[in-house]
Design a protein around this ligand. Sequence first.
Ligand code: PEP
Ligand code: MN
Length: 263
Amino acid sequence: MVKLKKILKAEKGNEKPEEPFIIAGPCSVESYELMKKTAVFLKSIGIEYIRGGAFKPRTSPYSFQGLGEEGLEILKRIKEEYSIKVVTELLDIRDLESISNIADVLQIGSRNMFNYSLLKEVGKTKKTILLKRGMAATIEEWLSAAEYIAIEGNSDIILCERGIRTFENYTRNTLDLNCIPVIKQRTDLKVIVDPSHGTGIRELVKPMSLAAISAGADGLMIEMHPEPDNALSDACQSVNFEQFADIYHGVIKLYDCIMSEKY
Ligand code: PEP
Ligand code: MN
C-alpha cells in the first residue's frame, strides 16, 4: 500500500452530511442560453452546483474543444445571476488563475490525474479540488495523486470515480464501485461517482447512481442537457431534465434511508 500522511483516515472520522453532494449540468458549456436553462432548473430543485467544461479534453482533436475563455465568461455570468456554484475543469496550468477566479470547484480530469505538476499547483490554492480517477489508475495511484495535492496544503479534495478501462466494451467504461468502501477505509475524503462517464449510456445512469449511493458514495456528478441528442459532447450519456429529476428523487430517498439506518 502506498504511504499516505495527509489524507489518512482520522481516528474519529468525518460525519456523513445530511444531503448527498450533487453536481449536474452539460458536458460542455455550449452557450449562455444552455447554462441559464440548466441553472434555473437546478435551482428549482434545490441543487447548488452546476457543471460545464469550458476547456474540453477530447479524444479527437477534431471534436468540439469547448468555448474556452468565452465559456468561462458564460460561467461567470451564470454564477453571478443565479448564485449557483460552478464546477469546471482545469486542463492546463496556464489557465489556473482565470479559472480560479470563477470556479468554486476545480475539476482535475481523468487524463490529468497523473499530471503531478498540475496537482502540485492546485494544492497551493484554497479551492475545493474534484479529482477524477485516471481511466487506467489503480486506487493506490489515485490516492497518491490526492496526497500530492494535500502535501501542498490543500486537503479540500473530493474524489470522483468515473469508470476505468477494462476488457468490457459494451459500456464506455466500467464503473468501479469497489473503490468506494476501499477509499472509506483509507481516508476521510469525500468520494462521489460519475455514472455518465462510467457507463456512457444514459439509460444506465439511474441504476448506477442508485448503486453508487448504496455502496456509500457521498454524492454524484451527472451530465444533463435539455436536449441530450443535440449536445455538442457526450450526447449518448447525457440525461434530460425530466430524467435527471427522476434520478435525483430516487437518490434522495435512498440516501435518507441509509442515513436514518432504515436500510
Ligand atoms: C468531464 O467530466 O466532462 C470529463 C471530461 O470527465 P473525465 O475527465 O472523467 O473523462
Ligand atoms: Mn463529458
